[in-house]
Each structure stands twice: as structure tokens, then as C-alpha cells.
Ligand binder design. Structure first.
Ligand code: F6P
Length: 557
């Protein structure tokens, strides 16, 4: 069914051609399109990076695409002004117009010294100074030169933050577990209900624990609530004077850090020109840097920087983030995929889908164009995911045979992170088998033949065959790399950051604000006294009835 897609950019003729491609490819038989040929693979796979250790491969040959359709998508990127949009982003233009900010997360991983200004201020010296301070702090903690109030080295770090001040570190701690120092354990706490923190504190010794509060604003209720509980736990054991030695923090909010008692050498800067979900590269990554050491952390930065250089310099038709972004728009707007699944075939990336949920859905989950008018096209798909092995035994049934159209990314390392290569080879074969099955499907006639070969009578074949049909045409990209190292992880994250930006340009939305999270926060502030019983809503309020029921359960517990 043709969607007759509209988009903000692209001449009428181009959009008509893209719609015609979608109709033509929509009618293609899976086996005719995904012909398994080396020539299709060559035409639709792309490599970034020069050496085995630093390469990412995008195999798009199982997308419902062919060369003519892809060429017209590149034309769409040109007509949307992609090169100019990329230039505006990297040169510090005010790309986040609703907050009047640049988005210079790339500067955090760029060793260049040529001035780069945001709001009239050169960011280079700020970044370099903070990087040097972080390195020195990490070295101090790991060497035992920086110790707690009793003079004993730190054994545990509790990183407290949420959203962009949590998810990147959580994801990368798991991804780079094999690179962790043995002397220091880093734990992350985010949820406001205090269950994570309470469970954790039972096992920790305040004298050897560093509390690291990560909050760009230092006003986020979840983070402040947990931070106050952790601070009180430290004070109960060590006294108030221990706070400056046991608490570090990352924020733009100096005044709030003063009030909290963070010492001058244990506070690190953030800036308005770094968005929360783009902040792993900043001091917000301190928990990770403490876990894996500065050298590995800087390899992560170098990997992301390599992807930045590629994004800025590669022609559109070889530019991996541009291709991933165009494929995303193709699946969303021309193929009608309202959901997108990310499926890592390594357990090390088990929090990567959660990380991408914030990066992609907080960035591009918008309905308002940059000019303030409503969009007349679909924007971001719902993103979900799980390590592929687990997912095969849960929601893959729906992906293969359900009615919803879902596009897929498989993340596939060649080498086991734990030296279990035979097991990784199994993971690789599962991943490739699934990608093939999703693309090719299993047609009714083939099912019939298979069942007959198995000795079923004709009547039984007719009864069972429709249930075994797989329609195929589930579009997927395989993103493969040699092994999950700090460098390849940095490349992978930056690939998705830039692909998210590319889609935002094609949809004419601002990917750097997040006004949609504010309303709920404000309502939570006003409801907190009601839940505590300090205020009441109107007597006939249904919400008050619900609060009363919850309060009664609490009091009777
Ligand atoms: O919930 C939205 C959000 O503003 C995210 O964008 C951000 O990453 C997170 O909250 C945490 O904010 P902060 O670092 O200011 O505590």
C-alpha cells in the first residue's frame, strides 16, 4: 500500500520518485530483491575506518532498498541541505534554537586547538582544562593519593544521576567491563524510589566510598533525593566534615554544589552547549573514567572523534551516519515502520538499547517543526531492544509474524570479549540466520513443500501451512565490527548520535531540546505535598481518591 509520503524537503519530482520506489520495492518478492548476490552486498554495504581494529561495517543489503532508491535518498539529503546543516552543527551555530544554544559535544572529543566559539566564548581551553583536571583526579583516586576522611583509599564509587547523566555511563560500564580496574568498583543509582541506593548501601563501607553526583542542572529531583540520602549515610558514619572528601560532583550549577558541600578540587564543569544525552564525553563520564582508567576513556573519545571526522568529511554517499539516518527515514516515512528494534549479539551491549532510547527518542520525538508549525509527516519511531539471543526467545515471534512493521539494527562483534570464540561464533550464526529469515521470509508454497516432504497428508499441510508463513521484508541493517573496544564503542555511539541529527534535519525538527519532559516534572512537584498528606485536592477529585487509597495502604502496611 503506497504511503504517499510528504516530507519538508525534496522537490515534488524527487518525492514522487521516492514514493514510486517505495511502491515498486513494496511489491517485490523477497527472494527477488534480497538475491544474496555479492553485487547487492557490495552496492549496499559501507565501511568506516582504515584498520581492522577501527572499522565499522554497515550491511544494508537486507533493507527494502536498491541502488536507484538509495541514489534518490542521497538526493533528498542534498535537497535538505545536509552538508550545510552538518557545517552549522560542527561550527558552533545555535542549532538548538528553542534554548538558544549550540550543540558542541563533538568538541569534547576533539584534540584540535583552533578556536571554536559558543555564545562568544572559545570552548577549546575549557575542554582542555577540564580534561586535564579529570585525568589528574582519576589518577589521584586510582593511585590512592586522593583518599577518604579516614585516610583509606576508595574501593567503591556511587554515581548518582539520571537520564543523560546516567545512561551513558551505565551502558559503557557494561560494554567495557573487560577494561575495568580491579581496585575500584563503580555503581550507578538513578531511580527516585531509593530501592537501588538502599540495596547498594547495605554492601558498602562509607569510609571507602566516593559519592559522585552527576547533574548538569543540579536541580533534578530524582538525583537530588538520592544524593541527599547518600550524603546523610556518609555523615552518619563519618561526620559532616567528611563530605568534601567523599563527595565529587559534575554540574554547571556552582551555587548548588556549594550548598551540597562539594570541595573545589572534586567538582567538574559542564556547559550549556553540551546536551544531557550527549554528555558521556564530558565530566559526566567520570564514573566510567574511574572504572576503566583515563587511557581507555581517551580511546573512547578518539573513536567518537574518528566518526566525527568521517561525518564531516565523507561524501554523502559514503557517509555512514548519513546512510543510517536516510535508512531510518526510508523505513519510517516510506515503509511505514513505526517501531525500531536494536539487537546486540553480545551481552556486553545489553544496556545499549536503553541508552539509544534516550538519545534517539528524546532527540527526535517531536511534532513541531523548527519554524513552530506542526509537522505533517511522521517523526521518530518507537525504539526498543534487547540482546538478540534473549529477544529471539521473546518478541521475535511478533517481529517475524506480527502485523506491526518494525525495522531492525543488529549489532555484531566478530570477536568474543571473554575469549569464548566458539560461543561468539554461535552468536554470529544466530544473528545472520535471523537477518536472513527476517528478509526472505518463508512463502506459503515453500511451507507446503516442506511440510509434504516431512510426510504430512495434504489436508494437514493445508491446515498448518498458513500458520508457518513468514512474510519476510522485515528491513534490517547489520552493524558489524571486530571487537567491542573503547574505540569501537566510541565510534558506534557517535554513529548513532549523527544519524539522529541527520534524521532531525530531514524532518525539520530540533533534536537538541526536550520540552516534553518538563510538564510531568512540574506536576510531580505540585503533587508531592498532596502525596505526603500536607495538602488536599478538591473533595470531588478522582486523583485525591487515588492518593487516599495509596495512603491508606501505606498506613495499614
Ligand atoms: O529528563 C530529562 C533530562 O533533562 C535529560 O535530558 C537529562 O539528561 C536528565 O534530565 C538529567 O538532567 P540533569 O543532568 O540536569 O540532572
Amino acid at each position: 500500500m503506497p504511503l504517499n509520503t510528504k516530507l519538508p524537503f525534496g522537490s515534488k519530482a524527487l518525492i514522487a520518485r521516492l514514493n514510486a520506489h517505495a511502491e515498486r520495492l513494496g511489491q517485490a518478492r523477497p527472494r527477488a530483491l534480497y538475491d544474496g548476490s555479492a553485487s547487492r552486498y557490495d552496492a549496499l554495504s559501507f565501511v568506516v575506518g582504515a584498520t581492522d581494529e577501527s572499522q565499522l561495517l554497515l550491511d544494508c543489503s537486507r533493507q527494502r532498498l536498491d541502488t536507484p532508491a538509495l541514489e534518490d535518498l542521497f538526493q533528498l539529503a542534498h535537497e535538505a541541505g545536509m552538508p550545510a546543516a552538518i557545517h552549522r552543527l560542527v561550527s558552533g551555530a545555535e542549532v538548538n534554537a528553542t534554548e538558544r544554544r549550540a550543540a558542541l559535544h563533538m568538541a569534547l572529543r576533539d584534540p584540535a586547538q583552533a578556536p571554536l566559539s559558543a555564545a562568544g566564548c572559545d570552548v577549546r581551553p575549557l575542554v582542555a582544562t577540564e580534561r586535564a583536571r579529570l585525568r589528574a583526579y582519576v589518577q589521584g583516586v586510582l593511585s590512592g593519593a586522593i583518599v577518604g576522611a579516614t585516610g583509606v583509599a576508595f574501593r567503591d564509587v556511587i554515581q548518582i544521576g539520571i537520564g543523560g547523566s546516567d545512561l551513558g555511563v551505565v551502558m559503557a560500564l557494561q560494554a567495557l567491563k573487560g577494561y575495568a580496574q580491579q581496585s575500584l568498583r563503580v555503581h550507578c543509582v538513578s531511580n527516585v524510589d531509593a530501592a537501588q541506593l538502599t540495596d547498594l548501601l547495605k554492601d558498602l563501607n562509607p569510609a571507602t566510598t566516593l559519592v559522585l553526583v552527576c547533574s548538569k542542572t543540579f536541580t533534578t529531583q530524582e538525583t537530588l533525593s538520592n544524593a541527599r540520602l547518600a550524603r546523610a549515610w556518609l555523615i552518619r558514619a563519618l561526620g559532616e566534615s567528611a563530605v568534601p572528601q567523599h563527595v565529587a560532583a559534575v554540574s554547571v550549577n556552582q551555587a548548588a554544589m556549594n550548598v551540597f558541600g562539594v570541595g573545589p578540587t572534586a567538582r567538574f564543569a559542564m556547559w550549556d552547549w553540551v546536551g544531557g544525552r550527549y554528555s558521556l564525553w564530558s565530566a559526566i563520564g567520570l564514573g566510567l573514567e574511574l572504572a576503566i582508567g583515563s587511557a581507555h576513556f581517551e580511546q573512547l573519545l578518539a573513536g567518537a572523534h574518528a566518526m566525527d571526522l568521517h561525518f564531516q568529511s565523507a561524501p554523502l554517499h559514503q557517509n555512514a551516519p548519513v546512510i543510517l539516518g536516510l535508512v531510518g527515514v526510508w523505513n519510517r516515512n516510506f515503509m511505514g515502520c513505526a517501531a525500531h528494534a536494536v539487537l546486540p549479539y553480545t551481552d556486553r551491549l545489553n544496556r545499549f538499547p536503553a541508552y539509544l532510547q534516550q538519545l534517539i527518542m528524546e532527540s527526535n520525538g517531536k511534532t513541531t517543526r523548527t519554524n513552530g508549525l506542526p509537522v505533517e509527516w511522521d517523526t521518530e519511531a518507537v525504539l526498543f531492544g534487547e540482546p538478540g539471543s534473549n529477544a529471539q526467545h521473546s518478541f521475535f515471534q511478533m517481529l517475524h509474524q506480527g502485523t506491526a512493521a518494525v525495522s531492525l539494527d543488529f549489532l555484531l562483534p566478530a570477536v568474543s570479549p571473554v575469549g569464548a570464540q566458539a560461543s561468539q561464533q554461535l552468536a554470529i550464526s544466530h544473528c545472520l540466520a535471523q537477518a536472513e529469515a527476517f528478509a526472505l521470509g518463508f512463502e506459503l508454497n515453500d511451507v507446503r513443500v516442506r511440510l509434504s516432504e516431512q510426510g504430512l497428508a495434504d489436508a494437514a499441510v493445508e491446515q498448518l501451512a498458513p500458520h508457518k508463513v513468514h512474510p519476510g521484508h522485515r528491513p534490517s541493517t547489520i552493524i558489524a565490527f571486530r571487537e567491542l573496544s573503547p574505540r569501537t564503542l566510541g565510534m558506534l555511539i557517535a554513529l548513532y548520535e549523527h544519524a539522529t541529527f541527520v534524521k532531525s534535519v530531514l524532518w525539520d525538527i530540533n533534536p537538541f531540546d526536550q520540552w516534553g519532559v518538563e510538564l510531568g516534572k512540574q506536576l510531580a512537584d505540585s503533587l508531592a505535598p498532596v502525596v505526603r498528606g500536607e495538602q488536599r485536592l478538591a473533595a470531588d477529585s478522582g486523583l485525591q481518591q487515588l492518593v487516599d487509597r495509596l495512603t491508606a495502604w501505606d498506613n495499614n502496611g
